[in-house]
Design a protein around this ligand. Structure first.
Ligand code: BJW
Length: 249
């Protein structure tokens, strides 16, 4: 039995939304699970512009820890990231991954058409000159901007609560014209990402599929829901799609 009730045409665009759950089997924590990041630290203390203004050292320390963790040798893409890269390479139509994750596991797996709507942990943005640069080491009050040399102006290139997610216009265009929308490993609690299923299904024409360990907040909005680990279900979904594309050759 295939995981999608009605498979898209092979030249249809596929848009995949990923969240923290896809990286869980790679060893990175989610936010809202019982053992997640928000169980250890209050989001108001580390993930808002107000928190950064009030205590930049604390916010930098939170992201420095996560940046170091991401660079540990045993943190690698898992079977779900790898399957999505295979889908992009072999699906006849366009495949775009929109990720809420700030890790770089999709790129390491080989995904190329990728939008980091909540930013990237391995980049820093200068609040003085707006330059965005790759930054893999710790950030602190004395780190100079490589573009304008200002110190104390670099912040993690991430989107905090109350800030506008990145590339929203492009994402809206993609959702409005795709044959399949799949949300993987996201609790569906944070907007605007939580509203993408409605955009793709009701403003567009997409078949919509959820893959998550448990039903998300918005699971009733999807045509098909499959609950279990992404590392098992995503390779199955990709296998179904590629078998369908090959049959249609
Ligand atoms: C597995 C698994 C396995 C585990 N396999 N699955 C009231 C109503 C509506 C909206 C709002 C409101 N008040 C405020 C807002 C807007 C606000 C918002 O949505 N708040 C809600 C919490 C209510 N949103 C914003 O502020 C956004 N900006 C915005 O709206 O701009 C417009 C605007 C701007 C200015 C003025 C007015 C409007 C910005 C949101 C930024 C989110 N930032 C964060 C942190 C930064 C990056 C970082 O540090 O990493 O992004 S918060 C955090 O949540 C992170 C994530 O990307 C994001 C989503 O989390 P995700 O990925 O869904 O993770 P979890 O943990 O929630 O879920 C994981 C799931 O995986 C679980 O369900 C597990 O079961 C599952 N799972 N293992 C498969 N192996």
């Amino acid at each position: 039995m295939t995981l999608i009730d009605r498979l898209p045409a092979p030249d249809d665009r596929i848009v995949i939304l990923t969240g923290a759950g896809i990286s869980k089997e790679s060893g990175l924590d989610t936010f809202r699970d019982a053992d997640g990041i928000w169980a250890r630290v209050r989001l108001e203390d580390v993930a808002t512009p107000e928190a950064f203004a009030a205590d930049p050292d604390r916010v930098q320390a939170f992201y420095n820890d996560r940046r170091r963790m991401l660079r540990e040798a045993d943190i690698r893409p898992n079977a779900a990231h790898e399957a999505l890269a295979r889908l992009e390479a072999a699906w006849p139509g366009e495949v775009v991954v929109v990720t809420q994750n700030i890790d770089d596991l999709h790129e390491r797996a080989g995904t190329r058409a990728l939008i980091h709507m909540h930013g990237e942990l391995l980049k820093a943005r200068c609040m003085a000159c707006d330059a965005i640069n790759v930054h893999i080491d710790d950030l602190g009050a004395r780190t100079p901007c490589p573009a304008c040399t200002a110190t104390g102006a670099l912040r993690p290139h991430v989107v905090w609560f109350g800030e506008m997610p990145l590339e929203m216009e492009r994402i809206g265009d993609l959702l409005g014209d795709c044959g399949l929308f799949v949300a993987i490993g996201t609790s569906g609690t944070v907007y605007p990402a939580a509203g993408f299923v409605q955009e793709a299904r009701f403003h567009g024409r997409a078949r919509t599929v959820e893959i998550n360990l448990e039903p998300s907040e918005g699971h009733t909005l999807f045509h098909d829901c499959h609950h279990g680990p992404a590392g098992t279900l995503v390779p199955r979904l990709v296998g179904d799609l590629l078998a369908h594309a090959n049959r249609s050759d």
